[in-house]
Design a protein around this ligand. Structure first.
Ligand code: HXC
Length: 514
């Protein structure tokens, strides 16, 4: 080949030179790994195939710095992660702050469309100052094209974003359109307008961390589903998540046979729910006693902690868990909990992941704060998501299942497939206190000892109405079960629902409450 081959080798050498020791040092000094190192960690060894490594940046005009970095500040390609084919891009902060120029954007769009075409998950490793200012409108159009691909891929392939540096301005909306957002502690932040703009417009002093760091987004806003301490652990987290997911909406999630017996009896489940119905307990303990080897990947662990969401396997089947958490706000449903659970249900339903619900909910959270902030609108999201879901849906009522919350939390009336209740279940329109106060107002007012009468009426209400047996006898639940064998009941239900098939009316799309 002679000269032709020499040219080919020279090109390769030029690319390698770009990634010299200084290149690595710059990013390491910021407490971050380089875009290349992140891709190496993500993909199974030796499987990564880079695409467009030699793409050259658009010619610069007269304003601002230009770059001639090969690849235009983003590494794109495909390979396998845990044996599964995955497409990914990784932005390179060393090239003009990872900013998005037109070539950079076109590379991302190419990889997004390949992921969609081949039905492979897409991973975005983000470390970018946003639209490349000197490229102006072409850079903005690049974002527009990326957003469009995100939306086209939604519900077809899993899309996962990891914020590993800045994500500023409209650039936050690509991650926001994906299924899950990871953030790295201390080195990542996301905001629509940064601290400088906040200072100018509102005269308010705030740091980037306070405004949009990992801790804010994993607790208050719920934007981040997962937070890890550094780049390495963030990538490990992405791999863990991927191990539960199908490659696309046509496949089923990966079944992994387990040596944890399906019929494993768990004596401790008899003692989880306290005798006093107003005493809290930790629903995570229940979940861990039921799942394969007690494993559970919690999603959104720090946000809306009154509801628990996450992925796990039961009897080898991947399932999404939704559980009211009596330990936090008595497990009531508020706006944040409704939205968190609704979004998770939508994800599970899109990707054929059965949903298992553990219910202990006294009701929706009352009060002007919640009513005025739109609990009607937001609670409707949860109701809509459960009702629309066509994946297998199993509920276990552990204790309280009152009122609207009973209906919303996957009751059979809205399409739940199997509903089991523990003997401790209280299923009714409202709790004993509220019910006796309304039905016996006059008697209580006139009673010599109102407290004693109230206690007596509450006990009668529990005995006659707020128990699982009325619902069982009327067929609104399928069985009152021995808590020790909850796992076996769920495994059997998952087995029989394996080929569940329901069709919805033809329509363009439903009008999801927003
Ligand atoms: C071009 C950029 C850039 C950008 C950073 N750089 N952001 N170049 N366009 N958007 C360059 C810097 O000039 C610098 O170049 C290098 O990247 C590193 O940046 P530093 O500022 O030195 O780093 P740091 O102090 O860590 O700050 C990082 C930063 C800051 C917080 C991201 O650079 C910043 O605020 N950038 C602008 C963020 C922004 O407002 N972007 C536009 C958002 S609007 P040198 O050569 O000096 O090393 C947007 C629209 C999207 O994205 C629209 C979608 C709807």
């Amino acid at each position: 080949m002679g000269k032709a081959y020499e040219k080919f080798l020279a090109r390769q050498a030029a690319l390698e030179k770009q990634y010299d020791a200084k290149y690595y040092e710059k990013q390491h000094n910021r407490g971050k790994l380089t875009a290349r190192e992140r891709m190496e960690l993500l993909f199974d060894e030796g499987t990564f195939e880079e695409v467009d490594a030699y793409a050259t940046p658009a010619a610069a005009g007269g304003f601002g710095k230009s770059t001639n970095a090969l690849g235009d500040g983003v590494i794109t390609g495909y390979g396998t992660v845990g044996g599964k084919q995955v497409y990914a891009f990784s932005q390179d902060f060393n090239v003009l702050g990872g900013s998005l120029g037109s070539v950079h954007a076109a590379k991302i769009v190419k990889i997004q469309s390949m992921a969609l075409k081949t039905g492979s998950p897409l991973i975005a490793l983000i470390d970018s100052g946003g639209a490349r200012i000197q490229e102006g409108i072409t850079s903005l159009n690049g974002y527009a094209n990326i957003f469009r691909q995100n939306v086209l891929s939604s519900g077809v392939i899993p899309q996962i974003s990891a914020i590993m540096g800045p994500a500023a301005g409209g650039a936050v909306y690509s991650p926001a359109l994906t299924d899950f957002i990871f953030m790295t502690e201390s080195t990542s932040y996301m905001f629509v307008t940064g601290p400088d703009v906040v200072r100018q417009v509102l005269n308010e002093e705030v740091t980037a961390e306070e405004l949009g760091g990992a801790s804010v987004h994993s607790t208050r806003t719920g934007v981040a589903d997962f937070v890890f301490s550094d780049d390495e652990n963030t990538i490990k987290g992405i791999k863990m998540l991927l191990s539960f997911l199908p490659a696309n909406n046509i496949e089923n999630p990966p079944f992994v046979a387990t040596d944890d017996p399906a019929g494993r009896a768990e004596e401790a489940l008899l003692d989880v729910v306290p005798d006093d119905p107003d005493k809290p307990y930790d629903v995570l303990e229940v979940i861990r006693m039921i799942t394969d080897h007690g494993r559970f990947l919690e999603v959104g662990a720090g946000h809306a902690r009154n509801i628990v969401t996450g992925l796990t396997r039961i009897g080898g089947y991947v399932v999404g868990i939704i559980a009211n958490q009596p330990k936090v706000m008595a497990g009531t449903l508020d706006i944040d909990a409704s939205v968190k659970a609704a979004r998770f249900i939508n994800f599970c339903d899109s990707f054929n992941i059965p949903i298992v619900t553990f219910e202990d909910v006294p009701g929706f959270l009352p009060g002007t704060d919640q009513e005025h902030a739109g609990i009607i609108r937001h609670g409707a999201k949860l109701l809509y998501s459960y009702t629309r879901a066509t994946v297998p849906r199993i509920t276990v009522i552990l204790r309280k299942a009152y009122g609207g919350a009973y209906i919303v939390m996957n009751s059979k009336g809205i399409g739940g497939d199997f509903c089991y209740a523990w003997p401790t279940a209280e299923i009714a329109v409202m709790g004993p206190d509220g019910a006796t106060a309304i039905l016996y107002r006059k008697e209580l007012a006139e009673a010599e000892d109102p407290a004693a009468l109230k206690k007596e009426l509450s006990a009668k209400y529990r005995e006659e109405i707020a128990n699982p047996y009325v619902a069982d006898e009327k067929g609104f639940i399928d069985e009152v079960i021995d808590p020790r064998f909850t796992r076996e009941k769920i495994v059997n239900a998952l087995k029989t629902l394996e080929k569940k098939s329901v069709s919805m009316p033809r329509r363009k799309h439903g009008n999801t409450p927003l």
